[in-house]
Design a protein around this ligand. Sequence first.
Ligand code: S3P
Length: 168
Amino acid sequence: MNGVVLIGFMGCGKSSIGRYMAKNGYNLVDTDSYIEEKTGRTIKSIFDTEGEEYFRRLETDVLLELLGRSTDKLVVAAGGGLPMYARNRALIHKLGTVVYLRANADTLAKRLRGDTVRPLLQNGDVKERIKELMSKRASTYEGTADIIIDTDRCSYEKVFSMIKERIN
Ligand code: S3P
């Protein structure tokens, strides 16, 4: 498919860039919001009750559903942990160009401090937690991406224009 899949750490701007792209002609599916709408539950409640693995299966189901639909000009804002699973990596590549929105730990910590909705950030110091998860995830994000964009000092407009330049 000819879609764009935005991947990266929590707080890197996937949902915001996705919304910006939606204002510019793309059809946005944000996997977190989609799962919340479909189940009528919050991600936090799903994690608390059924656990992370169950949530990860719901993420895979969303990707399979999207592949079945073949939407034109699709942009997917993928939950931060979604690309950590090989089955999901194979599926996002089928959906289109995979774009890693990279941001450093300082930027992410500023954005995520005080977060109450992300289950994986509720225990301990946010910046330490980010660094810990990042050390496990960074190489997977980099290895999975077709395009890497450093977003720390970039406007949404700039990021979108870089994505367009690279996919055209
Ligand atoms: C997660 C990221 C979250 C959400 C869930 C788990 C992760 O999405 O899917 O809290 O494992 O990194 P965002 O990246 O949109 O915050």
